[in-house]
Write a protein that binds this ligand. Sequence first.
Ligand code: ATP
Ligand code: MG
Length: 421
Amino acid sequence: MMLHVWNFSPGSPSMSTMRAPLVLLVDDDPQSLKLLSDALAGQPFALAVALDGEMVLRQVRREAPDLVLLDALMPDMDGFEVCRRLQADPATRDIPIIFMTSLSDTASRVRGLELGAVDYVTKPFVRAELAARVRAQVAVRAGARALAEKNAELERAAAELARARDSLEAEVVRRTDELMATNQRLAHLNRVAAMTELATSIAHELNQPLAAILSNAQAARRLLQRSPPDVSEALLALGDIVEDDRRAGTIIQRMRAMLKKGAPRADALDLNELAREVARLVGNDALLRGATLRLDLGPRLPRVRGDGIQLQQVLLNLVVNGLDAVADRPAGGRLVVVRTRSDGKDRVSLSVEDAGKGIAQEDLERIFEAFFTTKAEGLGVGLAISRSIVEAHGGRLWAENNPGEGATFRCTLPIAEEGGV
Ligand SMILES: Nc1ncnc2c1ncn2[C@@H]1O[C@H](COP(=O)(O)OP(=O)(O)OP(=O)(O)O)[C@@H](O)[C@H]1O
Ligand SMILES: [Mg+2]
């Protein structure tokens, strides 16, 4: 049996939005229960009653009262046992309990408090005192509840925030992957497009050596069929064949390197190290040409991200062009300088300056077109390939005439981000 006596007073504004607090009165004597509910009538909380321990345990689970006013001495299950069980269950542990003991029974009072009761009242009770103690505990309980609710709300908000952050991070990762994949596709398409544009010229370029090879081969056959065979002339024709074959081979090799599929390497590279390596590679050649290759390498040069072999190819092309450009200069004036510098921000520059004849103003851009060459033995693809490599690295490559004599080829590259792989 559970009896609800709704003594709800609208006086307290904080109660108006929630259900009124519920106080469970427990006593085995119905007479005492009646006295208790009379004493607590008119207070801002609802009352429920229970007559024995078993009933308390059942009702507490169902009704979740905000306070239990518990008689210590009951037959069967006494108040202490009820209290112990409520305390042992996490679901009911937080419900405050006020013990009711007889005036003379100090031991019970102490025991109740030890078991976790928040307060006690003595029987027979003074109405005003009882009401005040119950009110105080109900107010404490309401405060604790509000706090717990706020806490749960905060936890929910924090969890939501964490979820939002996680999904944002996942989205960023997904978009970055997508962009990188697109970038790689674009880089490849770029190269393919550039190559398609060149295809006609390539066919033409290859046609020349192939036609020469054919006519030289026919000539050699004729020369060898003579009696006696003209071996020395045939050898000359074969020598030309070898030369033309090499030329065709070089063209094909370079195209293949450019068309190579797949992402270029992305290592963190030290351009100073790269410059030293190139200097080692062409050192001998420069010496034979009576030219000087000087390195002017900037301090604390940040690394750039890229493909070392490709960037080495770029620098090699520029240096060889520089050496070609100073070939006509008098000995002592054949100087080529490789310079590296950091802009102190996010770029590194690499330049090759020569003391040659410079470049006609109208050719400053044309020299980057494929097969543009002014050299008898030139293919005219060095600068075209170099520019496409530099641009694939997110950089720029251009030519300028020096204020004095000669030209400077400048290349800027973005530095590798710190912490990157
Ligand atoms: N440092 C320079 N000074 C003056 N002219 C230059 C310089 N570098 C390049 N050029 C001009 O640009 C042209 C194209 O250069 P590029 O390197 O593309 O081809 P190439 O040197 O002629 O042949 P290769 O394909 O063997 O490199 C050269 O033929 C030359 O006329
Ligand atoms: Mg060249």
